[in-house]
Design a binder for this molecule. Structure first.
Ligand SMILES: Nc1ncnc2c1ncn2[C@@H]1O[C@H](COP(=O)(O)OP(=O)(O)OP(=O)(O)O)[C@@H](O)[C@H]1O
Length: 221
């Protein structure tokens, strides 16, 4: 139970939109790397937003690590699951790269020395050295994406949800991201990843789910 995400008989419909999910259920093992594929509009991003509690199902329940998302705030969900959006600029708020990485933990009152050490480590891994004092607004799309991933890792999440993580990253950066994901996997931190990148699917898709019209049409290990 503890290491599971359980989506149980949910129905979801956008305001004035058609039903994206109807009586939909799926479970994810949070120690595993699961890839979600499917055509545009098949419901991939909607599913990840429902898991994160950003959207609320009209019926049914979603449990993360044994807790019903209905009883959790967005912040509580975000502490357990790191979520990297499809458009990373929407999750970057601070005045510099360094501040973006450090301010949430400083705010929480964690030890400054530890926070700085961790931020430096992620700056190296994601090759953000040259922009550490830059205003994130002016970063390239690839840099913003790397910063968004580094920021969620600062929180020590128990699971990662990544929406198109390789978009706008070059080969070397994709390789670096792969290494980070493998390292996390070694610590039993799995991922739920929306991607169309065949090489990435081959490297990280322990389980591959294909969605179509809000239904699972393929589920392979
Ligand atoms: N904010 C919204 N309001 C109304 N309908 C929406 C909204 N967002 C998505 N939809 C609709 O819900 C359905 C599922 O969309 P979703 O973004 O989850 O698909 P997706 O598989 O992630 O697509 P993509 O590969 O294009 O990102 C689509 O029909 C889409 O048009």
């Amino acid at each position: 139970m503890d290491n599971l995400i359980e989506v149980s008989n949910i129905t979801y419909q956008y305001h004035k939109g058609r039903k994206v999910f109807e009586d939909f259920s799926v479970q994810f093992d949070c120690r595993e790397s699961t890839v979600i594929t499917g055509k545009n509009g098949s419901g991939k991003t909607t599913l990840t937003k429902l898991i994160m509690g950003i959207l609320k199902p009209q019926s049914g329940n979603i449990f993360i690590f044994g807790k019903n998302t209905k009883d959790l705030s967005l912040g509580q969900t975000g502490e357990m699951i790191g979520y990297v959006l499809q458009y990373p600029e929407r999750q970057i708020f601070a005045a510099s790269v360094m501040e973006e990485l450090t301010f949430p933990l400083l705010f929480k009152g964690e030890k400054k020395e530890d926070i700085l050490l961790k931020a430096e480590e992620l700056i190296q891994i994601f090759e953000l050295e040259k922009v550490r004092e830059s205003y994130p607004f002016f970063l390239s799309y690839g840099e913003k994406r790397r910063l968004a991933i580094a920021s969620v890792l600062m929180n020590n999440p128990r699971y990662l949800v990544l929406d198109e993580p390789t978009a706008s990253l070059d080969k070397d950066r994709i390789r670096a991201l792969s290494q980070v994901l493998n390292k996390l996997k070694g610590k039993n931190i799995g991922t739920l990843m929306i991607t169309h990148d065949k090489n990435f699917i081959e490297a990280h898709g322990e389980r591959i789910i294909q969605l179509e019209g809000g239904q699972i049409i393929k589920d392979e290990k």
